[in-house]
Design a protein around this ligand. Structure first.
Ligand code: PLP
Length: 373
């Protein structure tokens, strides 16, 4: 029988059973439109409020600062384009060269509209240093958008320091926290950000739902025109079931964060020690402060694509570059930006473990990699 070991949790995660169960009534019995004035809308409306409160509490925000979106891509696009639309003086946007394409392509889009964008380079471990931002930021900067954790190599960025620098120049700060939320502590007050993107399917919630945190007082243009949902900032009938599922999943992960982190660190340690015992030569990418369970490994003169397919034949799912870009066999923009030698970059795979992985999975993945390498 073909084993199935899912080790691509940075691409998406398994929906929590409790989130799934909480979603069902909103798809079956309680299907009313939350924006209608009659009694049948009352329960969905209350469910939206409750979900907003739960999510806000998980990130130390106020409920009215949470705007539901269709996921990370939309949240990133909204933060960047919505800030540009109010940027009448065409001040610059600063981002990094290791952002997800949802940020990079939204930036390319505003550049084409005549808004200047500058890109900060990371160091060899994928960290955007405060010094690198200081060297490029001016009082003519409108927005600084830097991810909280990188989806390919797991490096966690010093957002607190980067936010302070941006604010000292009067700029707004957005962070793409899609890979971080539900996995490491995220407190918007502590981070000092004005906007933050999240996506439920990365923290064991349903797909196609996410949110953008917008600090009260931060100015951003509405994204979708239409109805008055989401305080007239993001039109469209709310996906109540998905929003409820997202809140439950986030709350689950935040309540059990320490336990999940310990589990993932133990799996990681075991996996790497198995590779070392087998004398498999590799280099690990990313900084010392990394997302738990995200292991980007490069094997000299190996072909990452070939490794992925051979693991797939054994029922093991991993990734080579960014999962959202899985047809692209080019060396990823992140590995390029950290200056990884091509001989290593082409032999890179990303194993991203999740809370449902077991030590048995680790034994099988390590054994399979040993044989392939
Ligand atoms: N930002 C980061 C860092 C991601 O890893 C992803 C998805 O891989 C996204 C944004 C896009 O999120 P979504 O799939 O919800 O559109």
């Amino acid at each position: 029988m073909r084993v199935h070991i899912y080790a691509d949790n940075a691409a998406t995660t398994k929906l929590d059973k409790s989130a799934y169960e909480a979603m069902i009534p909103w798809l079956t019995e309680e299907y009313g439109n939350a924006s209608q004035p009659y009694f049948f809308a009352r329960s969905p409306k209350n469910a939206l409020s409750e979900a907003r409160e739960t999510i806000a509490a998980c990130i130390n925000a106020r409920p009215e600062e949470i705007f539901f979106t269709s996921g990370g891509t939309e949240s990133d696009n909204w933060a960047i384009k919505g800030s540009a639309l109010l940027n009448h003086d065409r001040k610059a946007t600063i981002t990094s060269s290791i952002e997800h394409h949802a940020v990079l392509r939204a930036c390319a889009s505003i550049e084409r509209m005549g808004y200047p964008v500058a890109y900060v380079k990371p160091d060899a471990t994928g960290i955007i240093s405060p010094e690198a931002l200081k060297a490029i930021i001016t009082d003519n900067t409108n927005l600084v958008s830097m991810m909280l954790a990188n989806n390919e190599i797991g490096s966690v960025e010093p957002i607190e320091e980067l936010s302070a620098i941006a604010h000292s120049h009067g700029a707004l700060v957005h962070t793409d926290a899609v890979q971080a939320i539900g996995h490491i502590p995220v407190d918007v007050q502590k981070l000092g950000v004005d906007m933050m993107s999240a996506s439920a399917h990365k923290f064991n919630g349903p797909k196609g739902i996410g949110f953008l945190y917008v600090r009260k007082g931060a100015k951003i243009a509405p994204f979708f025109d239409g109805g008055t949902q989401e305080r007239a900032m993001r039109a469209g009938t709310e996906n109540v079931a998905a929003i409820v599922g997202m809140a439950i999943a986030l709350n689950n992960n935040c309540s059990l964060m320490e336990q999940n982190q310990l589990h993932l660190r133990n799996l990681e340690e075991k996996f790497l020690s198995l590779l070392q015992t087998s004398k498999v030569q590799y280099r690990r990418n990313g900084s010392d402060i990394r997302l738990p369970g995200l292991i980007s490994l490069s094997f000299l003169d190996k072909d990452g694509e070939m490794m992925l397919h051979r693991l797939d034949l054994q029922g093991i799912c991993v990734s080579t570059g960014a999962a959202c870009n899985s047809k692209d066999t080019e060396v990823s923009h992140v590995l390029r930006a950290i200056g990884l030698d091509d001989r290593y970059a082409k032999g890179t795979i990303r194993i991203s473990l999740g809370k449902y992985n077991t030590t048995d999975d680790i034994d099988k993945i390590a054994e399979a990699i040993k044989k392939i390498v």
